[in-house]
Design a protein around this ligand. Sequence first.
Ligand code: TLP
Length: 345
Amino acid sequence: MADLQPVDLRSDTVTKPTAGMRAAIAAAEVGDDVFGEDPTVNELHRRAASLLGKEAALFVPSGTMANLLAFVSQSRPGDTVILHADSHPFNYESGGLGMVAGVLTKTLPGAHGILEPERVRAAVVRNEDHHYSHTTLVGIENTTNRGGGAFYPLRIVEEIAAIARENGMRLHCDGARLFNAVVASGTSAAGYARHCDTVSFCFSKGLGAPAGSVLVGDRATIDRAHRYRKMLGGGMRQAGVLAAAALYALDHHIERLAEDHLRARRFRQALEGIPQIGFPLPSPTNIVFLEVPDALACVGHCADCGVFMLPVSSTRVRAVFHLDIDDAGVDRAIAAVRDAAIAIR
Ligand code: TLP
């Protein structure tokens, strides 16, 4: 296998910039973005805000920072934030919600990482008695990571937004993979965003850029987020080299996400029926979870064949399809998992 490229399915974050994206990076006009003088970053702000139908946008280094800024800009320490129990900020953002935003989290169950409106309604505490924390924000994740790449039906977003509005709360959407949801559901990014106060999305996942995410929302909220970005050390200088990659991704890498979804489906369908392999969740976009007797053994065996996947528990393995995985890569991944199933029986 030494002469073959690795098939890296651990995450869609592993994508490397294409030749076209590198050319866009090389040609980027730049300036000092902390002075607001980077023309490419400013252009990205305009594009992202208009694409989502919002007043303003802020380019940030990561999805984690975009979420954190959404929380600190729309809640106060001591408030309560409602999230799905499988949500990324609750599980994988180093406790920033507690340490930096200083909020309490109320986590709710729900199939495939999707919040259920009635559970959200029941979780809201509206009691002016000073014993209680104010519930000020709801966070949804679209698509869901631990939920297997599920996307929100627009109706559910509308219902949750209505509950948030009725209770004077904000709604944030962690759209790290928003465009996977857009492509799979047929709902536009602005269609989803209309119901949310803030939305973040990442350029560094399926869209294939080396780094960067954006937070969009109303001007006052984004102004607050801008201040917190500086406070947290996220003010970047000639960030236009990254913003150029992000703009290139918006132009060239959105529609093609459908190919990743097809490849994920083909991978899954080819392995269905193998007794040692289960599929605990549907895979409507680019993420496939496999249930296996021994995740480490399975991942180790596949790695020996040049196919890399992520063990996420002792029996669960994640494979994510992206820009750098072609049809031959899917074939190799199928063959490696089939072999592993025989080896670990
Ligand atoms: N997810 C990464 C890992 O952190 C697990 C991955 O490989 O899937 N929201 C969601 C839904 C995410 O999946 C991620 C990254 C983030 C936020 C954070 O983005 P970054 O890594 O840019 O901070």
